[in-house]
Design a protein around this ligand. Structure first.
Ligand SMILES: Nc1ncnc2c1ncn2[C@@H]1O[C@H](COP(=O)(O)OP(=O)(O)OP(=O)(O)O)[C@@H](O)[C@H]1O
Length: 677
């Protein structure tokens, strides 16, 4: 490819390749490679398309039956591959579409003109009772600043309900759809643009397709081919959209400079893990040629393993050499072992700590007026969370969110229990993980420099204060040092609620959000959030998060919620659900989730007996490598995973913690879900 030629490929072409017959795929790829080497080669016959309204569209011959549609920019040797199809279909497609550059935000846009005309036609002569157009208060410039292509303005002007907007969504750029629903949720155009960091203050040259292709908005749907082997690599790897096409906000956050720690919030399925992986790739790229390392850490082991596979699919070997992917507990274990730490870290509370806790609680005096559960929570949420080691420190400690005030005498009485418990642990050579994190922090503070240059942290909501302090201590303070992604709605270990600022992590001015759910249908998302009604959700830094601004791109059937079913009818129902899920697509991946291991195993056994192959997802297992279609797991194991269809059974009261757990489980589903309560 010569320097002055730019080849761009649309996501439609990249997605569409797999739908072509194999022989056509091969020919299309061969053609693209030839085209990439020299788009002006005499061997390539550009045919004008007489009926096309965009006069820059051309067709090229792939074989006797298939044609490619290419946009030839008015100047600068820029060629954009837009579509591949059978001859007549390709021509019909070309007649409908128009490429342009959004004159306000400078993004490449492709508009289906016929769709716009039909939308406008349908809306003429509104009945007098119809509501006003949704965006009548916004100027054309505002709409284009949000990402609406100029050619789509007439269609957007006809919208009168959220349903109308959803019907337009498949034809709108993602950022335009997102901008419009944020306006409906009450945001102003300027606040949306500011939080996205979209620039609309430049003069846009609407004929400069080379410059437009580089903008983050364009890159959410167009890929700029970088070098000789680039296109082949893209097309031969698994065609998961997230590897190549990021939401403009994902791309910006993955690559921008932050002058310190940053935190990205986003509801389930909004692409936080995807963003985190691209951020790691980007930062690792800056470390090539140095000895420095980036830490990618998560709470759950299974997720760390899947992220490792994800990173391998987007990073070069050189970049990978600078990334260490490990869940935090495993990292702490390794770190302390290397320092000849004398204690065993009691990761398994039930097996290691519970008997000792129960033994010291024998002396607990009920006349203190608090329950034994309250005492354990006090130990976790105040003593362990703040790393308190003396009675005096506990007497003075703030107890925000603990509900009741404890007199000095009561605190002293509780301290005796706590001290005694730690002593019992110590005689057995054990430490609770929070205390071990604290010890690791102290050991690190003796070192000359922190072991990592950067860290990217997924599932931040499940890291407690000691874990956050340790993460801080593991990374050299500086630009781009820490990127946290998380979602308070998905906190499944309530004791781990933390405030980043009180753990030495200052994210002021560097907090951002993702809004678009790429995974679940809107129907599943709404059903899942209805479980969280009345549950207070925090923003990981002492403030509140809200849910009204999230939205899904996909639609599908409303999930079922079935209450009070007998075990027998749950078994029948689960089997029927699986049959239904597999009906149209035998490759459907199904998650079967339960709140206990016992219930999980019961369901798995029943499904196996019904003739299906079921894999049980355990600790430290890569889901992506399991040879099965149906996966049974506890709700705790479901974090970070995804399935086409999810069926959940819960046999316990739906308290706040359980609601969050079920929320996590249900938002793993892409298109079908059912819940038994
Ligand atoms: N830019 C994108 N384009 C297409 N698909 C995307 C994009 N970003 C994310 N996805 C897809 O959306 C789904 C959810 O992404 P991801 O797992 O990163 O979300 P998340 O916010 O970490 O979710 P959760 O918090 O629920 O675990 C995945 O299937 C992912 O491949």
């Amino acid at each position: 490819m010569t320097e002055d030629i730019k080849i761009i490929v649309s996501n439609d072409v990249i997605k569409g390749m797999t739908r072509l017959p194999n022989s056509v795929q091969t020919k299309a790829l061969e053609f693209m490679l030839k085209f990439q080497t020299d788009p002006r080669s005499p061997g390539i016959n550009y045919e004008r398309i007489n009926a096309a309204r965009d006069k820059n569209l051309r067709s090229v011959r792939i074989d006797q039956a298939y044609r490619g549609i290419i946009f030839q920019a008015p100047r600068d040797n820029v060629f954009i591959w837009l579509h591949v199809d059978k001859h007549d279909d390709a021509y019909a497609w070309a007649e409908k579409h128009k490429m342009s550059i959004n004159p306000v935000n400078g993004a490449l846009t492709l508009t289906n003109l016929t769709f716009v005309e039909e939308t406008v036609k349908r809306s003429v002569a509104p009945a007098p009772t119809q509501p006003n157009p949704l965006f009548e208060d916004l100027s054309d410039r505002d709409l284009m600043a949000l990402g609406v292509p100029e050619e789509m303005l007439p269609a957007v002007r006809t919208l009168r309900s959220e349903g109308d907007l959803d019907a337009l969504q498949p034809e709108l750029p993602v950022e335009a759809y997102e901008g419009l629903f944020l306006v409906l949720a009450g945001d102003t155009v300027s606040s949306i643009l500011a939080s996205r960091e979209t620039r609309v203050d430049r003069d846009i040259d609407t004929e400069d397709y080379a410059a437009a292709a580089e903008r983050d908005e364009s890159r959410s749907r167009f890929y700029v081919v970088e070098g000789e082997n680039d296109l082949q690599e893209i097309l031969s790897a698994p065609l998961e959209q997230w590897r190549v096409f990021l939401h403009p906000t994902q791309r910006r956050l993955a690559t921008r400079n932050f002058n310190g720690p940053s935190r990205i919030l986003g509801g389930a399925g909004t692409g936080k893990t995807v963003l985190a992986m691209h951020r790691a790739k980007h930062l690792a790229g800056t470390l090539v040629g140095t000895e420095k390392k980036l830490l990618f850490t998560t709470f759950t082991t299974n997720l760390a393993l899947d992220i490792e596979d994800g990173l391998k699919s987007i990073c070069t070997d050189e970049q990978l050499r600078h990334i260490e992917i490990i869940n935090l507990d495993a990292l702490v274990y390794r770190l302390l072992k290397a320092k000849r730490y004398e204690h065993e870290i009691a990761f398994d509370f039930e097996a290691k700590c519970q008997p000792l806790w129960e033994a010291v609680m024998v002396d607990f005096d009920p006349s203190l007026g608090v329950s034994s559960n309250y005492v354990r929570e006090e130990f976790e949420q105040v003593v362990l969370a703040q790393g308190l080691t003396t009675r005096d420190a506990y007497r003075e400690a703030p107890r925000k969110g603990r509900g009741s005030i404890l007199s000095r005498q009561k605190r002293d009485a509780l301290w005796e229990i706590f001290e005694n418990y730690r002593l019992q642990l110590s005689t057995k050579g054990l430490k609770e993980p929070d205390d071990a994190y604290r010890d690791a922090c102290t050991l690190l503070s003796d070192e000359e420099s922190a072991p990592y240059a950067h860290a990217v942290i997924d599932e931040t909501q499940d890291f407690g204060p000691q874990a956050l302090r340790l993460i801080r201590a593991l990374v050299q303070p500086g630009a781009n040092d820490l990127l946290f992604v998380g979602d308070g709605h998905q906190r499944i270990y309530a004791k781990n609620r933390a405030t980043m600022s009180s753990c030495g992590i200052d994210i002021r001015g560097r907090a951002r959000k993702l809004y678009l759910n790429y995974r679940t249908t809107e129907e599943i998302r709404l059903e899942a959030i209805s479980l969280l009604e009345g549950v207070e959700v925090d923003d990981l830094d002492g403030g509140c998060d809200e849910i009204v601004r999230y939205k899904s791109l996909l639609h599908g059937p409303k999930p079922d919620r079935i209450q009070g079913a007998s075990m027998e009818s749950i078994h029948e129902g689960v089997e029927e659900f699986i049959r239904e899920a597999l009906k149209d697509n035998q490759d459907t991946k199904i998650g079967v989730m339960a709140n206990t291991t016992r219930l999980r195993d019961q369901l798995a056994t029943h499904i196996r007996e019904a003739g299906y192959k079921v894999a049980t997802v355990n600790h430290r297992e890569r889901l992506s490598r399991k040879d099965a279609q149906i996966f049974a797991m506890t709700l705790h194991r479901a974090k970070g995973l995804e399935f086409d269809a999810v069926v959940i059974a819960v046999n316990k009261e739906m308290n706040q913690d359980m609601r969050k757990l079920v929320y996590v489980g249900m938002t793993r589903a892409k298109r079908m879900a059912r819940l038994y309560l």
